[in-house]
Design a protein around this ligand. Structure first.
Ligand code: HEC
Ligand code: HEC
Ligand code: HEC
Ligand code: HEC
Ligand code: HEC
Ligand code: HEC
Ligand code: HEC
Length: 260
């Protein structure tokens, strides 16, 4: 999670840099981001789009992309509507319309990778959501226009995050008799949603995944205690969830110890 913040900050830095050098050195800008091209069209800025796309423009202002935008033609290329949809002058001249001089990126992740290079790298890791295979796309999880980066929007951040995953993974997010409290901190406590080097997109491949919350205590006689019970002979070799002990990490209807 920290890495993400840092890379976003680095990217912001890069964009700022591009902005600074835009007039004197356009190649720098193009190396960082190249908005889609539309022959003969020029950039017009978000205000012009608002005339016809009121609903989108209204919510866009509070989105992560929109927050970065300033009403200025140079910024239009970097974080405005046109950074994803291409320069809009011709679309506007003809009175708008589908397929009329404007790019609809649709489900194509390529339009996002342009700026989110680090996300592209994450989707190339061994275990990942099948975006690279075109069986899934960014906008199934993210709203490109809205104030909430996750779909569906509304509600508390963590609940919403789990709900977003539950759209497709009902089994892991369904209510159970014996909840695992870890899920209250969100699915991303244990999973990296874009991709990971570990199987099942796990943040860690070994018992540290669990031990970061369940302190492991060494008692006097060389015993290893986790929770209230002696785990000395239990945690050798395999993981807490594959050793046959706590396979129901997402919660259980039968076992308070997540045994079944
Ligand atoms: C004069 C009105 C008008 C203006 C101004 C306008 N549009 Fe549109 N646009 C439309 C209409 C009408 C459609 C057809 C779909 C609809 O009704 O939402 C459309 C469709 C689109 C589509 C979907 C295209 C497709 O092929 O699916 C995009 C993307 C779009 N506009 C972006 C923009 C952007 C970005 C701006 C500002 C640069 C803008 N529009 C300005 C009227 C306009
Ligand atoms: C971060 C990239 C990005 C930005 C910035 C962005 N859009 Fe979009 N827009 C998309 C994507 C991706 C889609 C296609 C979504 C889909 O198919 O689910 C889309 C779809 C649309 C559509 C078509 C909706 C439909 O009914 O098919 C319109 C109209 C539109 N955007 C207008 C705008 C306007 C106006 C702005 C600025 C206020 C804007 N967009 C900013 C990425 C962006
Ligand atoms: C023109 C460059 C550009 C494009 C294209 C672009 N983004 Fe972004 N994106 C940004 C910037 C700049 C930010 C703000 C970074 C920040 O606030 O930390 C951002 C932020 C985000 C965030 C929120 C990050 C956070 O930490 O809150 C998400 C999610 C996101 N973008 C998804 C997408 C998706 C999905 C697409 C494709 C539909 C896309 N982006 C296309 C530049 C871009
Ligand atoms: C399976 C759902 C899912 C898919 C598919 C997905 N994301 Fe994400 N993404 C998330 C979640 C969850 C977060 C973390 C949100 C949080 O911490 O609140 C996130 C965070 C982000 C962020 C901010 C943090 C970072 O990593 O920089 C960006 C940018 C982003 N996603 C872009 C994308 C792009 C671009 C795509 C498509 C190539 C994509 N995402 C596909 C679920 C998804
Ligand atoms: C739009 C549907 C969709 C959403 C939303 C979604 N996933 Fe997935 N998820 C998939 C698909 C498709 C697969 C791949 C299944 C396959 O390959 O058979 C998958 C696989 C997984 C896997 C197993 C990977 C493996 O190696 O077996 C995990 C873990 C996972 N998703 C977690 C999440 C989390 C956490 C979220 C929320 C941030 C989420 N998913 C949101 C569709 C989705
Ligand atoms: C406490 C850590 C933890 C949390 C929180 C967590 N998971 Fe998992 N998840 C795991 C582990 C460990 C596995 C691997 C199980 C295995 O190897 O069979 C897994 C596997 C999965 C799988 C693959 C299932 C399969 O049979 O291959 C999916 C899908 C999944 N989780 C979705 C989610 C979703 C959705 C959430 C949030 C509602 C979530 N997980 C929260 C630890 C967690
Ligand atoms: C984000 C913190 C967190 C993570 C990560 C986490 N747990 Fe938990 N877990 C809790 C909390 C909180 C409880 C409820 C309080 C307690 O019993 O310690 C709990 C309860 C449990 C219980 C029931 C305790 C009992 O009475 O038997 C088991 C079993 C368990 N966790 C196993 C795991 C396993 C296995 C993993 C790794 C896949 C894991 N936990 C990861 C926070 C976490």
């Amino acid at each position: 999670m920290n890495n993400w913040r840092i890379s976003a900050a680095v990217m912001l830095g890069a964009l700022g840099f591009a902005g600074l050098f835009l007039s004197s050195c356009s190649t720098v800008n193009r190396a960082v981001i190249a908005p889609p091209e539309i022959e003969g069209a020029t950039f017009v800025g978000n205000k012009v789009c608002a005339d016809c796309h009121t609903n989108i423009t209204r919510v866009f202002a509070a989105s992560p992309h929109g927050r970065y935008y300033k009403e200025d033609l140079e910024w239009a290329k970097m974080s405005g509507c046109e950074s994803c949809h291409g320069p809009g002058s011709k679309h506007v001249q003809v009175g708008g319309g589908r397929g009329r001089f404007i790019v609809n990126p649709g489900k194509d992740p390529q339009s996002c990778y342009q700026c989110h290079l680090e996300v592209h790298a994450e989707f190339n890791l061994p275990s990942h959501h099948p975006v690279t295979e075109f069986r899934m796309n960014c906008v199934q999880c993210h709203d490109p226009h809205g104030h909430d980066i996750m779909k569906p929007s509304g509600g508390l951040a963590m609940a919403r995050l789990n709900e977003s995953c539950a759209q497709c993974h009902r089994e892991q997010a369904k209510p159970v008799v014996f909840e695992h409290e870890a899920l209250r901190e969100g699915c991303t406590t244990c999973h990296q949603p874009h991709g990971s080097i570990n199987r099942k997109m796990l943040i860690q491949a070994d018992n540290n995944l669990c031990l970061k919350c369940h302190a492991q205590v060494q008692s006097g006689a060389g015993q290893v205690v986790i929770g209230k019970s002696d785990h000395t002979t239990r945690i050798r070799g395999r993981t807490c969830w594959t050793a046959g002990c706590h396979p129901s990490v997402h919660g259980s209807n039968i076992s308070p110890h997540l045994h079944y």
